[in-house]
Design a protein around this ligand. Structure first.
Ligand SMILES: [Zn+2]
Length: 440
């Protein structure tokens, strides 16, 4: 399938960025032809001359746009939907962690980690996603767990930037396995679909000695961290309780607020702290639906720096759903309004973040760009133009409008394809995990 030249004729192409890696966003829609060879787009223009032997497809004005990017996800929570309600009703965000997620992640074994990854990546891909920044945790099976995540994402056919959530909540020995797993995966040879970053759970489960270790590791490997920051008030409350600096200053003190650091949530952040995050140039990821579900408060998305994007934080992997929920929520009470300008900036921000981590011009569908895109159905109801693309993403396109998904020049999905996993075995694994959780 791969490496053969394919000419796609009459595509209504939406893309957001020129291929120049430092270019400013320039969203445009154009009816054109695209030639794909290997993992790249190699030609673009109207009425391209066919090359002998290449496959030709006329898609009759269907929309093509860059594959979607999830800036913060937890594939390990894929088998959670439907699990038994917690024995003790969570009354705070900390209760949500201790009663639900920290029980789930203790029950995962390698097989369940892999099944979660393949099934979750398959869900995300069918929603048009071709890259996931995953934040993994499976506290009783840490070693090599990132290989299982990689295997699952690979079988779905998409890309991932992976890490393990380093934490002190399991004690020193357990913490060391989380440090080792990050180092192992970061330094492992990976194919072009995968990158790594150093993961950390959240400041409030990290002792100072561990932040010092993270500082050493990020300096040695020259990379940032992917961490939850200020997801509700818990982070700050525990810092006060422990006599630590506030969560932002604390990360800064250990040199962890780098340009290649990814900060998820950032709900309980003051204006002065936001200014510091902006100055340091970290990436901020907004997880609107997860924030609502966990009652952690409204993130001040209207004040997020330019370097920000969206993530689903373990929910369904539907990035269009994430974008529109945040937009609607902003309009609901006139508080913390996202607005069209910020929505556009954050949507395109994900492609700029992907460029920095993968070194390829994602978000473009021009010559030299990775052939990562989705093709919509023929029955799109309203016309897409350069000046209404965001309105179309907010109101017109849904996962059921996706006909095909391509990643790295491979057609990884066509509507109606069978999943790459056995649903029955997946449900059995889920039941096994849920039974284990009830015993904790
Ligand atoms: Zn998260």
């Amino acid at each position: 399938m791969k490496n053969k030249s394919i000419l796609i004729r009459n595509a209504n192409v939406l893309d957001y960025l020129p291929t120049d890696m430092d270019a400013q966003p320039a969203p445009r829609v154009e009816l054109t032809d695209l030639r794909i060879s290997g993992d790249k787009i190699v030609a673009r223009g109207q009425n391209l001359e066919a090359i002998e032997g290449e496959e030709i497809r006329d898609i009759n004005g269907r929309t093509i746009m860059p594959g979607l990017i999830n800036g913060h996800h937890h594939l390990y929570s894929t088998l959670a939907p439907g699990m038994p309600a917690p024995k003790n009703t969570p009354r705070s965000f900390q209760d949500v962690l201790t009663e639900i997620w920290w029980k789930l992640d203790r029950c995962l074994d390698h097989e369940a980690v892999y099944k979660s990854a393949v099934a979750g990546a398959w869900d995300a891909m069918r929603c048009g996603t071709t890259m996931i920044f995953d934040h993994h945790s499976s506290l009783t099976c840490v070693s090599n767990s990132l290989d299982e995540i990689e295997r699952g994402i690979s079988e779905a056919g998409i890309r991932g930037c992976l890490c393990y959530e380093i934490t002190d909540r399991g004690g020193l020995g357990s913490r060391d396995t989380t440090l080792d797993e990050n180092r192992r995966y970061f330094t492992k040879e990976k194919n072009s679909n995968f990158r790594a970053i150093i993961g950390a759970h959240a400041g409030f489960t990290l002792e100072d000695r561990t932040l010092a270790r993270l500082q050493e590791m990020t300096e040695e490997l020259d990379c940032g961290i992917h961490i939850h920051l200020a997801e509700g008030t818990t982070d700050r409350d525990i810092c006060i309780e422990r006599g630590w600096d506030d969560p932002v200053s604390r990360l800064d003190k250990y040199g962890l607020l780098r340009r290649d650091t990814i900060l998820a949530h950032c709900v309980d952040i003051t204006d002065a702290e936001m200014a510091l995050l902006d100055e340091r140039g970290c990436w901020l990821v907004h997880n609107g639906r997860s924030n609502m579900n966990n009652s952690v408060g409204r993130a001040p998305v209207n004040k997020f720096p330019a370097r920000s994007c969206f993530g689903t934080d373990g929910l369904d992997g539907n990035m269009w759903g994430e974008l529109r929920s945040t937009f609607y929520r902003g309009n609901e009470a006139g508080e913390g309004e996202l607005g069209l300008r910020k929505a556009s900036e954050m949507w395109i921000g994900a492609y700029q973040m992907a460029r920095e981590f993968f070194g390829e011009p994602f978000g473009s569908l021009d010559v030299g760009a990775p052939a990562d895109f989705l093709i919509c159905n023929e029955d799109q109801k309203t016309p897409l133009h350069s000046d209404n693309w965001l309105g179309m993403l907010l109101f017109a396109f849904h996962p059921w409008d996706i006909l095909e998904v391509w990643c790295g020049g491979n057609k990884t999905y066509r509507r109606g394809d069978k999943s790459p996993f056995d649903g029955k075995l997946c449900r059995e694994a889920a039941q096994r995990i849920w039974d284990g959780m009830e015993k904790l």
